[in-house]
Design a protein around this ligand. Structure first.
Ligand code: NAD
Ligand code: ZN
Length: 341
């Protein structure tokens, strides 16, 4: 029986383990993928650190990871639309196909979603068995590193594309990988001015490289003040990518009447909002969950033809160095961090 390396959560508690496990068997409707590049998501870091969410959700032992690019090495007998050798990535949400949302074209908010690398074995491994339905074929000559970041880029595309950004003054709070992707997307869309904020100078530097006109450290500068000085009436659009209560509340004050906001950042604390202000200023607040399947993926494919996002990818480690990679992620002195088998 062939074996492979896999990074797994083996016990309920902090840390991960590099294990030797069997190469997975595929079902009729699955493909076997040889992983070329994986990327670490904030979710993987939560699982590594073993926060409250992970303790409630993760049932060890499970292989973690869901962001990847790799090549198909074996097809299940029912798979007819894919071929061996194709360079692919995949949507990490496995949907039920039966609930109200799945049946009305909103599978991204399925009532019974399972997440690769959370609820079932993931892709921090040499091989992964993935449902053919979830596979997304990449251009054969594309950079696998860009293939591996489709999942978070899709979050950014989903959040950015629900509002018109062309000619608009756009605030992006949080310059983690997803906020950084939003900056690149706003630039590509021809935003009038981009105001980006973070509390991390390393990430603000990348924000500048990607085209933020104002890269504001929220610890030393007041985003709202800068936006009001420059725009007079306030910004047209907010893309909230920080999950910071303070960042969100301050950014809302920096919006003009009738402005629109996408909320993607997940708040770790209860957010108290001045809803009257939202009402009288006629704001549109739009929650964003995952990626529309597969509308967002087609939008992403189109955007990638000319999107400048290489500066977001800052580090690459071997599987054996996963502890180092997680420590770096915890330090915040990085953009997107890749892992290679
Ligand atoms: P990340 O943690 O790398 O980025 C968040 C950034 O916000 C960090 O750089 C942090 O320094 C910054 N920040 C913290 N406090 C701030 C403040 N007061 N002002 C400005 N910036 C501040 O996360 P990411 O991977 O880029 O994801 C962005 C957010 O989206 C996270 O909250 C994540 O949990 C969430 N998320 C949501 C979905 C969804 O489907 N809704 C999917 C993926 C990720
Ligand atoms: Zn469903």
């Amino acid at each position: 029986m062939a074996v492979m390396k896999a990074i797994r959560k083996t016990v309920s508690g902090p840390g991960l383990e590099l294990c030797e496990v069997k190469v997975p068997k595929i079902q009729k409707d699955q493909v076997l993928i040889k992983i070329e590049v994986a990327a670490i998501c904030g979710t993987d870091l939560h699982i590594y650190n073993w926060d409250k969410w992970s303790a409630a959700r993760i049932k060890p032992a499970v292989t973690v990871g869901h962001e990847f690019a790799g090549r198909i090495v074996k097809l299940g007998e029912d798979v007819t639309h894919l071929e061996e050798g194709m360079l692919v990535t995949a949507e990490g949400h496995i949907i039920c196909g039966q609930c109200y949302y799945c049946r009305t074209g909103q599978g991204h908010i399925c009532d019974d979603v399972k997440i690769i690398g959370v609820d079932i074995n993931g892709i921090f491994a040499e091989y992964a068995a993935i449902d053919a339905e979830n596979v997304w074929v990449l251009p054969d000559d594309s950079d696998p590193a860009l293939g591996a970041i489709h999942d978070p880029l899709g979050n950014a595309v989903h959040a950015a594309n629900v509002h018109k950004l062309t000619g608009q003054n756009v605030i992006i709070t949080g310059c983690g990988p997803i906020g950084l992707f939003c900056i690149a997307l706003a630039k590509q869309a021809g935003a009038r001015r981009i105001f980006a904020s973070d509390i991390n100078d390393y990430r603000l530097e990348i924000a500048r490289k990607l085209g933020a006109d104002y890269a504001i450290n929220a610890q030393t500068e007041d985003l709202c003040k800068v936006v009001k000085e420059v725009t007079k009436i306030g910004a047209d659009v907010l893309l909230e990518m920080s999950g910071s209560h303070q960042a969100f509340v301050n950014a809302l004050k920096a919006l003009r009447k009738g402005a629109k906001a996408s909320l993607l950042g997940i708040f770790s604390e209860h957010v108290s909002l001045d809803l009257d202000a939202a009402i009288f200023n006629q704001l549109t607040l739009c929650g964003i969950n995952g990626r529309r399947m597969f509308d967002t993926w087609y939008e992403m494919q189109a955007a990638l033809e000319s999107l400048e996002i290489q500066p977001v990818i800052t580090h690459k480690f071997k599987f054996e160095e996963y502890e180092k990679a997680m420590a770096l992620m915890n330090s915040g002195q990085c953009g997107k961090v890749l892992l290679v088998p």
